[in-house]
Design a protein around this ligand. Sequence first.
Ligand SMILES: Nc1nc2c(ncn2[C@@H]2O[C@H](COP(=O)(O)OP(=O)(O)O)[C@@H](O)[C@H]2O)c(=O)[nH]1
Ligand SMILES: [Mg+2]
Length: 346
Amino acid sequence: MKLGIVGLGRSGKTTVFNALTRRAGETAPPGGNVVPALGVVPVPDPRVEWLSALYKPKKTTHAQITYMDLQGVSGIADNKRDYMSLLLTHMRPMEAFLMVVRNFHDAVLGAPDPVGDLRDLEDEFLIADLATVEKRLEKLEAELKRGKKPAGAEKELLDECLKVLNAENQLRTRPELAAAPELRGYTFLSAKPLLVIVNNADEDDSLPPALEGERAIVVRGKLEMELAQLTEEEAASFMQDFGIAESALDRAIRGSFALLDRISFLTVGEDEVKAWTIPRDTPAMEAAGAIHSDIQRGFIRAEVVAFDDLSKAGDYAAARKLGAVRLEGKTYPVKDGDVINFRFNV
Ligand SMILES: Nc1nc2c(ncn2[C@@H]2O[C@H](COP(=O)(O)OP(=O)(O)O)[C@@H](O)[C@H]2O)c(=O)[nH]1
Ligand SMILES: [Mg+2]
């Protein structure tokens, strides 16, 4: 799962990236080489911790998210359009976006305007997508004139996209359109799932009222980055001093995970307890393929127990006695939190 961190210059993208990836962070100097920095982050999951305490495996593996931050580029360069187009070009292959908006006073840029910045960024998405749609439509229309038969519904779908974009709506507001197979190749920016990260000043942890109803999370980026660099004991007293109950980053990470409608199933054993990431409603046989193609090919049955049933029972044997362990076939849609033991034969 790859998420790109987007936002205007000096909104705190690199700060948030550093906090997420727990890097001790000097932000890259402006004007240097443009480098896409990647950071792999484990998704906090109390179920994994619980299973790990039960099985005491050699290895414990959480689900993971890869974040990308474009570094070494100054967002307050003279030409904002160039900056945005460079940023978005690098971000195009990402599956979803975290959009950082500044909600703290900046020495250079002055007072924050998180809502204005969010709308600005959405406009950039619209403009980029409009350009893509118009270019493709021109080409299709030229082909039509030359007598080429239209292939499938692509043109109608693009016309529909044009309408949505011209009405200043993001394509993600029309999920069925954004997901049409004929449009898959276009990687529309405004179609990607988006989580807004409102980057607040240290002393403020409230969401601006105008952003209520958006898919948004408040993070105090600078504070969180400092927190991420401390030892566990230091962090605990720091959190107490600032009245932080839970790291906002954990919420941001879980929010990123939820954004893509993925779920986790779990495998357990003495060697490893592991959370696997799959799309919601994946059939058991395909889920097996996430582990190994042999397990998918030789699939016999999935032995499944819901994590909640297992944790209530106390351990696997007890869950079995209570009849909570089920045998499921190839087409069983795997649920979030299923603990699965695949039976297979190769
Ligand atoms: N007060 C405050 N300053 C921040 C916060 N987040 C970032 N900054 C500062 O804002 C400046 C720009 O941050 P940076 O992460 O480099 O922004 P980017 O251009 O979006 O990557 C730096 O000087 C940061 O220390 C925050 O939450 N609070
Ligand atoms: Mg940066």
